[in-house]
Design a protein around this ligand. Structure first.
Ligand SMILES: Cc1cc2nc3c(=O)[nH]c(=O)nc-3n(C[C@H](O)[C@H](O)[C@H](O)COP(=O)(O)OP(=O)(O)OC[C@H]3O[C@@H](n4cnc5c(N)ncnc54)[C@H](O)[C@@H]3O)c2cc1C
Length: 432
């Protein structure tokens, strides 16, 4: 049996382990390595932070579910990769040889870049992990006893802006529900994006107009092109830039509660492998998600190096959303399967972006096909149905991750429900 190791038990890693097992179980042993023993549904973390979900609603233990499918599971975490000898070393010292290695290790949250930021030793909260969301919720409970100014947003270099908008709007809604909105003197949205709704994608459809209005309706002051330099207890230091990146204003913004999304880096355990990563620790891959240096190493998800769509006054990066991640997995699995059957046909991921954000009783959704402009589909909309779609999506995704049900979920949502054309005729020909 050949050995395939998937590292990272998150969105990309779980989907990859199931898909690889489904496609290659006759010839390959699939092993999943994570650094924790549970799966978390990241899109629900903003809900945990306002108390609309609890940890147990959005997490489950990985081991029993993947073992049922014949996938080996280790939760001691990757310590290092010996790429020359096709072996990984785990944090408990054990060594696992591989024929193919798939990295889906997500991101290290770069709070170090902004002194005073982050939930561990800093003054801002995060919704990037369920642990952080729980800390944010505890801090929010204290805040409700003693309300004051609120700042929500994203630091320079951030890429994942959807959860910042989502959290800002559900927090405003939660304050209203609790009849405390009038006790909060200011809500400020501070973002590195050049304009509201840019989202690291140069905007999607009417994202600018819709998100500007949504924030305005909830009474947010908005600061764009904002480079937060550092944070002190109760004060955020922000440089506002003009279109050339020149500082035009320096502000000290007081806050009682703040949630700011950080920039992402690759995890340190993969950064030291010669030629594997760029200087931010993101894996350098070709069009087929194969490492440029090591053909038997593949990468999916946040850990993949993708350049920004355009230069902006304050750096922002491209989001890597679930649909894109799913398509990266599909291409790797298809290519490995084709190769094992002696077929030279290779498929590329579609790299489209689909995102659903909840706003309490309504929601926002965008579809960008392809992610970079010019696009075939450039669609952003708002409605009550999106809230219901997100709840259904959460339930279905958790079910899929527990059962290994192999219907590609984002494909299903965007193409079957919304009726969007999947690919160009050329891409269909290449994929068939
Ligand atoms: C709050 C939030 C909300 C989001 N909402 C949406 C949304 O609505 N729609 C959407 O499309 N996208 C959304 N995203 C973006 C994206 O889909 C998710 O971040 C997605 O989980 C990324 O998948 P991934 O596999 O790359 O990384 P992750 O899901 O983060 O998985 C990485 C895994 O690697 C593990 N790991 C880390 N270090 C090691 C190590 N040393 N050894 C072994 N394992 C390790 C981690 O524990 C984790 O299990 C959201 C992101 C966040 C943070």
């Amino acid at each position: 049996m050949k050995q395939i190791i998937v590292v990272g038990g998150g969105t990309g890693g779980m989907v990859a382990a199931y898909e690889l097992q489904h496609a290659l179980r006759a010839t390959h042993q699939v092993t999943l390595v994570s650094d924790v023993d549970y799966f978390q549904f990241y899109p629900s973390n903003p809900w945990v932070a306002v108390g609309w979900r609890a940890r147990q609603d959005i997490t489950f233990p990985i081991r029993p579910h993947v073992q049922k499918k014949g996938i080996r599971f280790f939760d001691s975490g990757l310590a290092s990769i010996d790429a020359e000898n096709n072996t990984i070393v785990l944090k408990d010292g054990s060594k696992l040889p591989y024929d193919e290695l798939l990295l889906s290790t997500g991101a290290k949250l770069d709070f170090d870049a902004i002194p005073g930021s982050g939930p561990h030793g800093g003054w801002t909260q995060s919704v990037c992990t369920v642990d952080h969301a729980e800390l944010a919720h505890a801090r929010y409970q204290e805040f409700l006893q003693n309300p004051g100014p609120v700042i929500i947003g994203a630091f320079p270099g951030a890429s994942c802006f959807g959860p910042a908008y989502e959290y800002a709007l559900i927090l405003a809604r939660d304050l209203k529900k609790r009849k405390l909105r009038d006790k909060v003197p200011s809500l400020t949205f501070v973002t590195s994006e050049p304009y509201i709704g840019h989202m690291g994608l140069g905007g999607v459809g009417e994202s600018r107009a819709i998100l500007t209005k949504a924030l305005q309706d909830e009474g947010f002051e908005v600061i764009t092109n904002a480079a937060v330099t550092h944070v002190e207890q109760g004060v955020m230091h922000v440089e506002e830039k003009d279109s050339l990146g020149v500082t035009t204003n320096v502000r000290r913004l007081p806050f009682q509660f703040s949630m700011m999304l950080p920039a992402f880096r690759g995890i340190p355990e993969i950064m030291t492998v010669p030629g594997l990563c760029n200087d931010r620790g993101m894996v350098l891959v070709d069009d087929y998600m194969q490492s440029l240096q090591y053909p038997n190493i593949h990468a999916v998800g946040l850990t993949v190096a993708i350049p920004p769509v355009e230069t902006t006054p304050v750096p922002v990066n491209v989001p890597k959303t679930g649909y894109m991640i799913e398509s990266m997995v599909t291409s790797i699995v298809t290519n490995l399967k084709n190769r094992s059957m002696g077929s030279p046909v290779r498929v590329k991921p579609t790299l489209n972006a689909v995102c659903i954000a909840d706003l309490g009783d309504s929601g926002l959704v965008f579809v960008a096909l392809p992610q970079n402009k010019p696009r075939r589909v450039d669609w952003f909309t708002q409605g009550r149905w999106v809230h219901l779609a997100k709840v259904a999506f959460e339930k279905y995704f958790m079910h899929k991750m527990k059962t290994g049900h192999s219907e590609p979920l984002y494909e299903y949502f965007s193409f079957k429900l919304l009726g969007i054309t999947r690919t160009t005729p050329e891409e269909e020909r290449e994929a068939s």
